[in-house]
Design a protein around this ligand. Structure first.
Ligand code: CMP
Length: 137
C-alpha cells in the first residue's frame, strides 16, 4: 500500500470539477486518506516547488498556484504513485492520453488541473508539507 500527494489546481477548482476528479481516483482503486481546500501563499508555493526554482517557468508556476484555492489530498492504494500519474496523464495536456484527467480538464501546461508526486520518496516529502500524521486516516 502506498500513499501519494495530489493537488487539484486553481483552474480545476474554478471550473468546479473537484468531485469529477476525485471520482477518477476513487473509481480506480485509490482512497482519499486526507483532504483539505486551501489558498497557498507565495511562500508556500515557492517552498513546495523549490525543486523547480531554477527553471524558466518557476515564476509563472508560483503565480498560477496562488491564483485561487487548491484541493490537496493524500491518495492511498496499491501503486498509488504510479496509478495517480497514469490517471493524470502527461504534464502538457496536449500530450495527455485520451481519458486522462489532464486531457479532459486541463487547458495548458501551467493550468494543467492536477499535480501528483513523481516518486514514493517525493510523495513522503510532499505529504508532510501539507498534512500532519493525525490528519491522515
Ligand atoms: P506539476 O506536476 O505541478 O509540477 C510542476 C509544474 O510546472 C507542472 O506540473 C506544470 O504545471 C508546470 N510547468 C510549466 N512549464 C513546464 C515545463 N516546461 N515542464 C514541466 N512543467 C512545467
Amino acid at each position: 500500500m502506498e500513499q501519494t500527494l495530489s493537488i487539484i489546481k486553481p483552474d480545476a477548482v474554478a471550473k468546479n470539477v473537484v468531485g469529477k476528479i476525485l471520482d477518477r481516483f476513487e473509481s480506480n482503486g485509490l482512497r482519499v486518506a486526507a483532504m483539505k481546500k486551501i489558498q497557498l501563499s507565495k511562500a508556500d508555493a515557492e517552498a513546495f516547488y523549490a525543486v523547480h526554482k531554477e527553471r524558466p517557468f518557476f515564476g509563472e508556476l508560483v503565480e498560477f498556484m496562488i491564483s485561487g484555492p487548491v484541493v490537496v489530498s493524500v491518495l492511498e492504494g496499491e501503486n498509488a504513485v504510479a496509478k495517480n500519474r497514469e490517471l493524470m496523464g502527461a504534464t502538457d495536456p496536449k500530450e495527455a492520453a485520451p481519458g486522462t484527467i489532464r486531457a479532459d480538464f486541463a487547458q495548458s501546461i501551467d493550468a494543467n488541473a492536477v499535480h501528483g508526486s513523481d516518486s514514493l520518496e517525493n510523495a513522503k516529502i510532499e505529504i508532510a508539507f501539507f498534512f500532519s500524521r493525525r490528519e491522515i486516516l
